[in-house]
Design a protein around this ligand. Structure first.
Ligand code: BES
Ligand code: ZN
Ligand code: ZN
Length: 477
C-alpha cells in the first residue's frame, strides 16, 4: 500500500510529556497536578461548550479538553470527533511525534470517538507535493490512558482507518495515474495487506460476459475497463448467503459527449463508491469480522473519442435489457446495471450499492449525508449505523411515476428521466437490474470535500467505509 499510515495507537498505564486530559466535569481537574494555580481559571471555563486549554510547562504540555455537550447521540459522537480533530492539529503544530490521551471519566464510546477524530484528521495525501509542503505530519503515535478502552478497541479503530485512508487515496489519485487497470492492481495490493482476495476481469472477459453497460461507457476511452471482485470469506462466517457491496468505479467522468461544461474538476472522485467498497472490505478483513462479504466494482473512465457512445445510442446490458442512452453523462447507472445483474448469481442476503451517481443527490444532502433508496429490505439498522458514524441517510421512495419517467420509445428503458428527483430516477433505473433485497446509496454529496471540516479534509472523505463496517458488524457479525 502507498499513502500514509494511520496514527499508531498504544494503550498505556502512565502519562507522558504531552498529555491531553479529556475531562467530563470540573471535578476532573482536581487530579491534574500539572495545571497548578490555573485550576480555578480553567474551572471557570468548564461548561456545556467545547473547551481546549493548553498549559505549557518545563517538561511538556498539558491540554485540558472537553467536547461540546449534545443530547442526541449522533451529534454527541460528532462533537467528540470534532474535538479530536482540533486536538490533533494542536499536537501536530507543536511538532511532537507522540502524545498521550488521558481519559479517566469519559465513557468508552466517547473516548473512542475523540481518538477517531484524531486518527481520521491526521490523514495526508502528499504524493504530488514537493519540498516542505510534502512533509509528513510529525504526529505519528497516540498513547491512550483510559481504563474503559481496550487494546482490541484501538486495533479495530486502526483497521477501519486503514480502509478509510485507502478509499481516500483512491479518490485523491488523479486519473493520469489511476486508470482502471492501475486501480485494480492497487486493490490487489490492498487485499494482500489486509487479507481479502481480488479477482480482476479484463476487457476480453468483460466482452465475453456481454457487459454492455460497462463496455458502452468505456468505448470512448483508450484505457480498457476492469471488473473487480473482492471477497472476504472467513471460515467462521455467520451468514450463509453473502452480503454483496457494489461500487461505481468511474475513474474519471468528463461526461462524454454530453461534456461537463459547468464543472468537470473533482470528477476524479467519481469512483468514490468503488473506493468505499474496497475500503470497507479492507476494514472488515483487517478486523477479521466473521461475515462473508463480496465487493463488485466495475471500473472505467468516461471520455470522448471517435468511438465514444453518443446520445440516441442503444446498449444491450448483460441482463439482456436494452437501454437508450439519452445522456452520456448518466454513465454511472450504465456500469452499475451490469454489476447489479452480476450480483444475482450469489443469491445475496443483501446488496448495497454506493455511487457518486447524481448532482441531484448532492444538491439535497451536500456533504451532510447520503441519499438512499431501498427495496425488499428494512433500512432501520443501516440508518442507525449512519447516525452513529455520522454518515447519515435520507431515504426516498421510488414512486411509480419515476418508473414511468424512464420508459423509452426505442428500447426497454432510457438512462435519464424527467426534471424532478434525479436521484430517484437513477435509483429506479438501477432497480431494473435487481431481484434481491437491495439498498442504493448516492454519495455524490459527501464523497469529496472542497474545504476542511473537522476530520473530513479537502479531497476524498472515504465516506461509506465506516458506515458499511459499522452496519455489517452490528447486523451480521
Ligand atoms: N458523476 C456524476 C454525478 C456527480 C455530480 C457526482 C456531482 C458528484 C458530484 C454523474 O455521472 C452525472 O453526471 N450525473 C448526471 C445525470 C444526469 C445527466 C441525468 C447529473 O446528475 O447531472
Ligand atoms: Zn456523469
Ligand atoms: Zn459519473
Amino acid at each position: 500500500m502507498s499513502g500514509v499510515k494511520p496514527l499508531e495507537l498504544i494503550k498505556v498505564r502512565s502519562e507522558g510529556k504531552f498529555n491531553i486530559h479529556l475531562i467530563t466535569s470540573k471535578k476532573d481537574l482536581d487530579s491534574i497536578s500539572a495545571i497548578g494555580e490555573l485550576k480555578s481559571k480553567i474551572a471557570g471555563r468548564v461548561g456545556k461548550e467545547e473547551l481546549v486549554y493548553s498549559v505549557p510547562s518545563k517538561d511538556g504540555v498539558t491540554v485540558i479538553a472537553k467536547f461540546k455537550e449534545e443530547s442526541e447521540t449522533s451529534y454527541r459522537f460528532q462533537a467528540a470527533r470534532a474535538l479530536g480533530a482540533k486536538l490533533r492539529k494542536i499536537v501536530n503544530s507543536e511538532k511532537v511525534a507522540m502524545a498521550t490521551l488521558v481519559s479517566l471519566t469519559a465513557d468508552r464510546a466517547d473516548t473512542l470517538a475523540v481518538i477517531e477524530g484524531m486518527v481520521l484528521s491526521n490523514y495526508q495525501f502528499n504524493a504530488y507535493k514537493t519540498g516542505d509542503k510534502g512533509k509528513p505530519n510529525k504526529f505519528t503515535k497516540l498513547n491512550v490512558l483510559a481504563a474503559g478502552v481496550s487494546e482490541g478497541d484501538l486495533q479495530e479503530l486502526s483497521g477501519v482507518a486503514v480502509g478509510t485512508f485507502a478509499a481516500r487515496d483512491f479518490v485523491n489519485e488523479p486519473v493520469i495515474t489511476l486508470t482502471a487497470t492501475e486501480w485494480s492492481k492497487r486493490m490487489v495490493a490492498l487485499g494482500k495487506a489486509t487479507g481479502f482476495k481480488t479477482t480482476t476481469f479484463d476487457k476480453k472477459k468483460i466482452e465475453a460476459l456481454k457487459m454492455g453497460g460497462l463496455l458502452g461507457v468505456n468505448k470512448g476511452s483508450v484505457e480498457p475497463p476492469t471488473f473487480n471482485i473482492l471477497e472476504w470469506k472467513p471460515k467462521n462466517a455467520k451468514n450463509k448467503k453473502p452480503i454483496v457491496l457494489v461500487g461505481k468505479g468511474v475513474v474519471y467522468d468528463t461526461g462524454g459527449y454530453n461534456i461537463k461544461t459547468v464543472q468537470m474538476a473533482q470528477m476524479k472522485s467519481d469512483m468514490g463508491g468503488g473506493a468505499a467498497v474496497s475500503g470497507a472490505i479492507a476494514a472488515i478483513a483487517a478486523n477479521k469480522l466473521p461475515v462473508h462479504v463480496i465487493g463488485l466494482i466495475p471500473a472505467t473512465d468516461n471520455r470522448i473519442d471517435g468511438k465514444a457512445i453518443v446520445a440516441d445510442d442503444v446498449l444491450k446490458m448483460m441482463s439482456g435489457t436494452t437501454v437508450e442512452v439519452l445522456n452520456t453523462d448518466a454513465e454511472g447507472r450504465l456500469i452499475l446495471a451490469d454489476a447489479l445483474h452480476y450480483a444475482k448469481q450469489y443469491n445475496p442476503e443483501l446488496v448495497i450499492d454506493l455511487a457518486t451517481l447524481t448532482g441531484a443527490a448532492a444538491r439535497i444532502t451536500d456533504y451532510y449525508g447520503i441519499a438512499m433508496c431501498a427495496d425488499k429490505t428494512d433500512t432501520t439498522a443501516l440508518k442507525e449505523s449512519g447516525e452513529r458514524v455520522y454518515e447519515r441517510l435520507m431515504e426516498f421512495p421510488m414512486w411509480r411515476e419515476f418508473h414511468d419517467a424512464i420508459k423509452s420509445n426505442v428500447a426497454d428503458i432510457k438512462n435519464i428521466g424527467g426534471a424532478a428527483g434525479g436521484n430517484i430516477t437513477a435509483a429506479t433505473f438501477l432497480h431494473h437490474f435487481t431481484d434481491y433485497p437491495w439498498i442504493h446509496l448516492d454519495i455524490a454529496g459527501p464523497s469529496f470535500m472542497t474545504a476542511d471540516v473537522d476530520y473530513r479534509l479537502k479531497g476524498g472523505t472515504g465516506v461509506g467505509v465506516r458506515l458499511l463496517y459499522d452496519f455489517i458488524k452490528h447486523t451480521y457479525a
